[in-house]
Write a protein that binds this ligand. Structure first.
Ligand code: NZQ
Ligand code: ZN
Length: 388
């Protein structure tokens, strides 16, 4: 294993009824709560009413910040930060999936930061060192895994850049994770979020160095679990075992444990973020289109790891195949799973109809070097054309 330092500051309360049991005591030291949520799913599924009941019984002053959209924007972050300052809130409580949680982390920073947090943090990996507002989250979707990390992926609509930065001080103080809250997810979102989980694990797994290490051993077990639990959840969306496993697999995929000892660049994510910046596409669906095309490109030079992926994750017997053949079979097993789930397989299916956009999107990508096979902007364009 390579050297690393690991700490995760988020305390997790997992299981049915955890909000009712713990929320009030977790807010004991706070009075003015910024209640942040998305487009209204929490009102439809009853979570809003339950949480508001707990907050009013605890005598909290609630300031609502609603309407956080998928792929949260910097404009929305600034709106939330202004509200948090005006209303002098002392904690942010985010209820939702990755978009709400990411937006809340950014608001927690922007509300107390004197400068332009986009310029000083998202636009360049500058060092920031200050305490954001405290944040607690109630998770309603399995996918992004934002609940247990300091990362926030924000879209700057003006600059057409969607990017994530990780600031450990933004880790939520607590994450309340009740799997029954995910049962109201539309099937399409359950599946795209589930693929996002698999993508996070694969991106870390295929990062360098390629050597035996604990992170990859855990990653293989998690990938097997996600494949099993996604299949079970599609078969029976009310399957609590499968849905609760998916919720924890989502957190495990992004709580930084899988990245220990590895240099993770997340190349597919870097490209997907720009796809999202230009098309507003669903994050997991964008990844489903990109992964097979990207992996077909790199599985030759990285054949050893992809052959291991084929045998240990997809259970494909080596049976006389060369390492290179096995590597390709592993990638096609992933492509087959994407089709089986009914996920999109082309950019057109994501709504990108104009091929003239491809060079613009390719040109806007900037992949972090030294963590995955080098890929030029021309090669990104070829990749986008291959999945158009
Ligand atoms: O608007 P609301 O009401 O929240 O509805 C959402 C939204 O329409 C809905 N939804 C969520 N929980 C629901 C529900 N509908 C019914 N019942 C429920 N229980 O689902 C839609 C999508 O929600 P969103 O939060 O966008 O989905 P997800 O959790 O997949 O998050 C995607 C975002 O996470 C970022 C992505 O870039 C994207 O912006 N990511 C964050 C990461 C991180 N911080 O570590 C890493 C990831 O790679 C990812 O990039
Ligand atoms: Zn993701």
């Amino acid at each position: 294993m390579q050297n690393f330092i690991f700490q995760n500051a988020t305390k997790v309360y997992f299981g049915k009824g955890c909000v009712k049991e713990y929320l009030a005591c977790l807010l004991r030291g706070s009075q003015r709560v910024l209640l942040a949520y998305g487009g209204g799913s929490i009102k439809a599924n009853g979570v809003y009413g339950q949480v508001m009941g707990i907050l009013s019984a605890a005598g909290k002053t609630v300031v609502e910040f609603a309407g956080i959209c998928p792929n949260p924007t910097y404009a929305k972050v600034q709106q939330g930060a202004a509200l948090a300052r005006e209303e002098k809130v002392d904690i942010i409580l985010g209820i939702g999936g990755g978009s709400v949680i990411d937006c809340c982390k950014a608001v927690a920073m922007a509300a107390v930061y004197p400068g332009d947090i986009w310029d000083d943090f998202w636009a360049r990996p500058g060092v920031v060192d200050f305490e954001p507002l405290p944040l607690g989250v109630i998770v309603t979707a399995a996918g992004a895994g934002s609940e247990m990390n300091g990362g926030a992926v924000i879209t700057n609509e003006e600059k057409k850049i969607k990017t994530g930065r990780d600031y450990p001080a933004c880790n939520p103080r607590f994450a309340l994770m009740d799997p029954t809250y995910t049962l109201s997810l539309p099937k399409e979102q359950m599946v795209s979020g589930g693929f996002d989980i698999l993508s996070h694990i694969m991106e870390a797994y295929f990062s360098w160095p390629d050597e035996d290490n604990v992170s990859d051993d855990i990653a293989e077990a998690l990938m097997q679990g996600v494949i099993r639990d996604l299949r079970a959840s599609v078969k029976d969306p009310q399957d609590y075992t499968a849905r609760s496993n998916l919720m924890w697999e989502s957190a495990m995929a992004e709580n930084r444990i899988l990245k220990l000892g590895k240099r993770c660049g997340f190349p597919c994510h870097q490209i997907e973020h720009q796809l999202g910046a230009y098309t507003g596409c669903n994050h997991g669906q964008g990844l489903a289109v990109l992964h097979p095309a990207y992996y077909r490109r790199i599985c030759g030079p990285e054949k050893q790891k992809f052959a291991r992926f084929a045998t240990r994750v997809w259970g494909i017997p080596a049976g006389g195949k060369s390492e290179e053949e096995l590597a390709h079979v592993g990638v096609e097993a992933l492509a087959g799973f994407i089709q089986e789930l009914g996920l999109p397989t082309t950019l057109r299916q994501l709504g990108l109809a104009d091929a003239k956009m491809l060079p613009v999107i390719a040109d806007s990508c900037n992949l972090e070097p030294a963590s995955c096979p080098k890929i030029t902007k021309e090669e990104i364009l070829t990749l986008l054309q291959a999945c158009f």
